[in-house]
Design a protein. Structure first.
Length: 460
C-alpha cells in the first residue's frame, strides 16, 4: 500500500483513542493553567552587558551604586534622573561624569553626591554599547522625614522565592539584610569563592529585582562570613571583609578596622549596624569574651553616646539579644553576657532604653519583645524593662527558634521578614514594627505601635 493512501479505519475502534487523547489534553491544559497561576509573571530578562547592580549608602544628598559588568564589557556609566522625568542630573562625583572601566573582577562603583533630599531617582547602569540595568532609590532628608525599612536574614544560596517580590511590593526606602545572604560556609581565605557567592545571589531574578528597586544596608552573619557559628578566628575573615568592601554599596567603614560596622541617619533616627562576626572571640574563649571586639565596642559606645539626643535609635544587631530562656546556651549574646550587660548599662545610663529599637535575624523565626524580657543592665530587677527587640526571618530557610522568651511570641515559619514604619509628624515619631509573611501580610500578633518623642517611646 502506498503511504499516501488513506487507511480504512473503524470509527468505533478509534473512539477510545480519541477520548484518551482528549483526556490528556484536558489534563495538560489544567497543568499548564496551574503552572501559569503558581508562577508569577516572569521579570524582564536581564541584558547581558550588566550582570547585576544595587545601591546603598543613601544620605539626604548622595548614593552609591555598584554593578558587575559582563566579561568583555570595557566601560559603563551611571545615568541618574528624578523618577518620572528624563532630566538626567549631573550628580556623579566618582567617577566624574562619563564612562568608567571595571576592575579586574568586572565591578564598577559610582558615587553620586549632588542629589536633592527626599527625592525619588531612577538610575541606569549603561554600557557603551547601550545595554543597561535600571534601579530606583529615594534620598533621605535631614530633620523630620518619614520612611519605611524592611529587614530580614537567611536565604538559601541564590533563592528566588516570591518573598523577595513581597518585600519589593511594600516599597521600602531601605532593605536591611542582616546576614546569611548565602549559605556557602566558606572556611578558607578565598576571595574568588566570596565573589561567586555575591554573583549567585545577585543573579537570582527576584533578589536582583529587589536590590535594584530598594537600596541595601547589608551586614553579614556566620554562613556568609565563614562556616556555621564562625567567629573572628575564621580563616575566611580577610576574604569576607575585602570582598564585602568591593561588592557592597556600604556606608563609610572605619579606617584601618577589620570590622565592617556602620552608622547613619535617616531623618531624625540614628541607625547603628554592628558586625558581630569579624572580631568575635570563640564561645569557648576565657570569660569575659567579646562579640564585637574591643575597637568596635568602643566605637559603639561612642556612637550610642553621640545618639543620645536622637528621637529614635535603631540598632541592627544580627544575633539574638534575649537569651533568658537559657543563659547557658551558646546562642546569641549568652556567651558574651558581660559585654551585653556593659552595653545595656550604657544605653540605660544615656536614657536610650525607651528610645531604642533592635532589629535582629539569625534565628529562623519572627519574634517581638516590647522590652519585657530584654533588660540586661547592671542592677536590674525582675521588673526592669529593656528596649524593643524584633526578629524578622527567615527569608527562605527552614524555621528554627533561637533565644527568647519574647513578650509577643514567636512565629516559627519560613518566608518571613520584618517591617519598620516611621512616620515623623514633626513633634513625634509614630513607629510601627511588625513581622510579615511571604505575601507581605502581617503575622498575627507580631506588631507593636510606638509613639516616640524626646521623653521616649510609649505604646500607642
Ligand atoms: Fe540563618
Amino acid at each position: 500500500m502506498s503511504p499516501l493512501q488513506p487507511v480504512a479505519t473503524d470509527p468505533t475502534a478509534q473512539a477510545p483513542t480519541l477520548s484518551l487523547l482528549a483526556s490528556w489534553i484536558v489534563v495538560l491544559s489544567l497543568l499548564l493553567g496551574w503552572l501559569a497561576v503558581a508562577r508569577p509573571a516572569p521579570l524582564a530578562a536581564q541584558p547581558t552587558g550588566v550582570s547585576w547592580a544595587w545601591s546603598g549608602a543613601i544620605t539626604e544628598g548622595s548614593a552609591v551604586v555598584v554593578a558587575r559588568l559582563a566579561r568583555g564589557v570595557s566601560e559603563a556609566r551611571l545615568v541618574i534622573a528624578p523618577d518620572g522625568t528624563d532630566a538626567e542630573v549631573d550628580a556623579l562625583t566618582v567617577p566624574a561624569r562619563g564612562y568608567a572601566s571595571p576592575d579586574a573582577h568586572g565591578l564598577v562603583r559610582f558615587e553620586a553626591t549632588r542629589l536633592s533630599p527626599a527625592t525619588r531617582y531612577r538610575y541606569r547602569v549603561e554600557t557603551r554599547e547601550g545595554q543597561h540595568l535600571e534601579g530606583r532609590l529615594r534620598t533621605w532628608a535631614a530633620g523630620p522625614f518619614s520612611f519605611r525599612i524592611a529587614f530580614a536574614s537567611c536565604a538559601t544560596t541564590g533563592s528566588n522565592h516570591r518573598v523577595f517580590d513581597a518585600i519589593r511590593a511594600l516599597t521600602p526606602d531601605l532593605f536591611v539584610h542582616m546576614g546569611d545572604f548565602h549559605y556557602l560556609n566558606i572556611g578558607r581565605n578565598d576571595a574568588e569563592a566570596f565573589r561567586r557567592g555575591y554573583d549567585r545571589v545577585l543573579d537570582s531574578s527576584r533578589q536582583s529585582a529587589l536590590y535594584r528597586a530598594v537600596p541595601i544596608a547589608y551586614m553579614y552573619d556566620d554562613h556568609d562570613f565563614g562556616p556555621n557559628n564562625s567567629d573572628g578566628t575564621s580563616a575566611s575573615r580577610p576574604a569576607a571583609t575585602a570582598v564585602y568592601r568591593d561588592h557592597v554599596p556600604h556606608y563609610p567603614l572605619q579606617a584601618g578596622a577589620d570590622t565592617i560596622q556602620q552608622a547613619f541617619d535617616i531623618g531624625r533616627a540614628r541607625i547603628i549596624v554592628t558586625d558581630t562576626r569579624s572580631s568575635r572571640e570563640p564561645v569557648d574563649a576565657p570569660r569575659p569574651r567579646t562579640m564585637l571586639g574591643e575597637a568596635q565596642r568602643r566605637w559603639l559606645e561612642d556612637e550610642l553616646t553621640r545618639a543620645k539626643d536622637a528621637a529614635l535609635v535603631i540598632w541592627v544587631n544580627t544575633v539574638p539579644w534575649i537569651t533568658k530562656g537559657n543563659e547557658s546556651t551558646h546562642e546569641g549574646w549568652a556567651p558574651y553576657a558581660e559585654e551585653r550587660e556593659r552595653l545595656a548599662t550604657l544605653i540605660d545610663t544615656l536614657g536610650l532604653t525607651r528610645r531604642l529599637v533592635m532589629l535582629s535575624g539569625d534565628g529562623h523565626m519572627a519574634a517581638l519583645d516590647d522590652g519585657t524580657n530584654s533588660a540586661y543592665m547592671a542592677g536590674r530587677g525582675p521588673d526592669s524593662r529593656g528596649f524593643v527587640v524584633i526578629h524578622g526571618a527567615p527569608l527562605d530557610r527552614w524555621p528554627r527558634t533561637k533565644g527568647g522568651p519574647y513578650s509577643h511570641g514567636v512565629s516559627r515559619r519560613d518566608h518571613q521578614f520584618g517591617l519598620l514604619d516611621v512616620a515623623d509628624t514633626g513633634t513625634a515619631l509614630e513607629v510601627t514594627a511588625s513581622a510579615r509573611d511571604a505575601y507581605g501580610q502581617l503575622v498575627p500578633g507580631l506588631e507593636l505601635r510606638l509613639r516616640c518623642d524626646q521623653t521616649g517611646c510609649a505604646t500607642r
